[in-house]
Design a protein around this ligand. Structure first.
Ligand code: OGA
Ligand code: NI
Length: 351
């Protein structure tokens, strides 16, 4: 699975990580999104913060309300006390840096243009038609259950499999707890979303400190939504993530020891648009490299992803028809459109 069409494009693109060696013929399908966002310069916004300890205590229902409110109003929130040990987080970030500091030929072994590949490296690329260099490099792989996929992961650096495996298993527990809370916040059974759940796919994102490019504009990753139920993003201490809230770009600066949860496309569909998929992007930093770990939580191929029946009534007609995740995933790779529009292909017929 790929998190964005952008990554589809750069995977298929004959790009090399050295921007000077890259050619581009690719047209950005996301231009519409950028027009839509025509907003002021970024400002430092406040991030809703949820304390996950609260979900386990007597005030669970209050915390569920907070999560529902954040999903509905902001499309994202930070989670504290998530239970992923600090050591596993720092090991994961160190391993990610070590991998991206390896010689290029070592990393390029994982390059693949097959979206179904169990692991693939995506490199930075130039989009000359838009005068943009997209600098993110990422290593994307399946990881649930860890033991089924570990053997496909890099064996260099030598601790990769162990450290990444530990992080993935921990973050999975957080995903399940958050999805239960989100189901309840929608008035659905606690395991409504868990039942749809299948995999867990991780993208280790590496943003080099500004690279030289002959193009004027360098992005980390351009504006997109994630094709997930939710995404759990863990960032190092270098700022870069921005989201659109109320038609403005907001910096989501790293909060020590917290992870950020985004609403993805699948949650938008199953909540009948009550929770909207978050438009976000990452900018680059000219002084420091940046690493983030995105955990994409997605449904099994045959899960039915229409709006939950309980959320449909005369006042809230179904906005989407029923479809399977497989259908969505195939169309995401086939149809070239902005990520914010890809769910439109699954809208219910209006009379
Ligand atoms: C992603 C993503 C943002 C970041 O991996 O889908 O949007 O800050 N990452 O790295
Ligand atoms: Ni994303």
């Amino acid at each position: 699975m790929s998190p964005t069409l952008l990554q589809q494009a750069d995977a298929l693109h004959p790009a090399l990580s050295d921007p000077k060696n890259v050619q581009s013929t690719y047209t950005d399908p996301l231009s519409e999104v950028q027009a839509l966002s025509g907003v002021d310069a970024a400002f430092d916004g406040s991030t809703p913060v949820i304390d996950m300890d609260g979900l386990l205590g007597p005030q669970r229902s209050e915390f569920i309300k907070q999560i529902g409110h954040a999903c509905e109003k902001n499309g994202f929130f930070a989670v504290r006390n998530h239970g992923i040990p600090e050591m596993k987080i720092s090991n994961m970030l160190d391993t990610a840096r070590d991998f991206f500091h390896l010689p290029e030929e070592e990393r390029l072994k994982f390059r693949s243009s097959d979206p179904d590949s169990l692991i693939r490296l995506v490199t930075g690329f130039q989009d000359k038609t838009r005068n943009i260099f997209v600098s993110r490099q990422s290593l994307k792989f399946h990881c649930h259950p860890v033991e089924d996929f570990k053997s496909h992961w890099p064996s260099t650096p030598p601790s990769f499999r162990e450290k990444v495996g530990e992080y993935c298993a921990s973050v999975r527990k957080v995903e399940v707890a958050i999805l239960e809370a989100i189901s309840e916040s929608l008035g659905l059974e606690r395991d409504y979303i868990d039942k749809l759940l299948k995999g867990h796919y991780v993208s280790i994102n590496y943003y080099p400190a500004c690279q030289e490019s002959e193009l004027d504009v360098t992005h980390g990753v351009r504006t997109h939504t994630d094709p997930t139920i939710i995404t759990i993003l863990m960032q190092d201490d270098v700022p870069g993530l921005q989201v659109i809230n109320d038609d403005k770009w907001i910096d989501v600066n790293p909060i020590p020891d917290a992870v950020v949860v985004h609403v993805g496309d699948m949650l938008q569909a199953l909540s009948n648009c009550r929770y909207k998929s978050l438009l976000h992007q990452a900018i680059v930093n000219c002084e420091r490299e940046r690493v983030s770990i995105a955990s994409y939580c997605y449904p099994s191929d045959d899960s039915a992803i229409g709006p939950a029946k309980k959320l449909i009534d005369d006042d809230h007609p179904a906005i989407y028809k029923d479809f399977t995740y497989k259908e969505f995933h195939e169309s995401m790779w086939r149809v070239k459109c902005s990520t914010a529009k890809r769910l439109d292909l699954f809208k219910a017929e209006s009379d």
